[in-house]
Design a binder for this molecule. Structure first.
Ligand code: GRF
Length: 195
């Protein structure tokens, strides 16, 4: 199984996935880690771990960046593209040419609190349970077949930071497990049998 990872920032989800690939728990080959931001700390971490890194030329245009990504996909004969804190929205055209082959993680229980501030929005709303969702990417934002979810309880003495920490821990536990099930065919994503 050949996968590419997309990141924008610190890359803690990327790290958790690379850990499990290294340990053999997640049977996949990470062909590259690509970022839309040259300064993404995750890129350096990936390079230090010996993974090929790529900068997507979003500074030129979204079209140029996605063309680059198409080329990477072909060159590495990718099976899956895994978004791990990637803060750009892939165009409908790009997504539809890789239907069912792009996965994302979102730090809330979709369909609640989509968007870039899922943790904060759930906190501000005052929910008592939030969590993490892993889903297939479709043409809409933070939308598509849900592959797995993990609830995270909001405790009475939580503040946003403590809640955030537990959500990230849940992400790091959930993502690789879901990917392993997806890659090994335990999760079916066809419309007829998606759960
Ligand atoms: C994660 O919470 C992810 O769900 C969200 O952005 C954050 C990225 O964190 N989309 P990291 O870069 O993986 O540490």
């Amino acid at each position: 199984t050949s996968i590419g990872l997309l990141i924008s920032g610190r890359g803690s989800n990327m790290d958790a996935i690379l850990d499990r690939v290294e340990s053999g728990d997640l049977k996949a080959n990470v062909s590259f880690v690509a970022s839309d931001r040259p300064g993404a700390p995750g890129l350096e971490k990936a390079a230090a771990r010996g993974v090929e890194t790529e900068l997507l030329p979003y500074q030129n245009s979204k079209e140029a960046a996605e063309e680059h990504l198409h080329r990477l996909w072909r060159r590495h004969d990718l099976d899956w593209l895994v978004l791990a804190g990637f803060m750009r929205i892939l165009s409908p055209g790009f997504v539809s040419s890789h239907t069912g082959r792009i996965v994302n993680i979102h730090p809330a229980l979709l369909p609640s609190f989509p968007g870039a501030h899922g943790i904060e929005d759930a906190w501000n709303y005052g929910v008592k349970v939030t969590g993490v969702t892993v889903h297939l990417v479709d043409e809409l934002v933070d939308h598509g077949t849900i592959l797995s979810q993990m609830p995270v309880r909001v405790k009475p003495d939580d503040n946003m930071e403590t809640l955030e920490r537990r959500i990230h821990r849940a992400e790091h536990r959930l993502y690789w497990r879901t990917l392993e099930k997806l890659f090994s065919g335990i999760i079916h994503t066809g419309k007829d049998d998606s759960r």
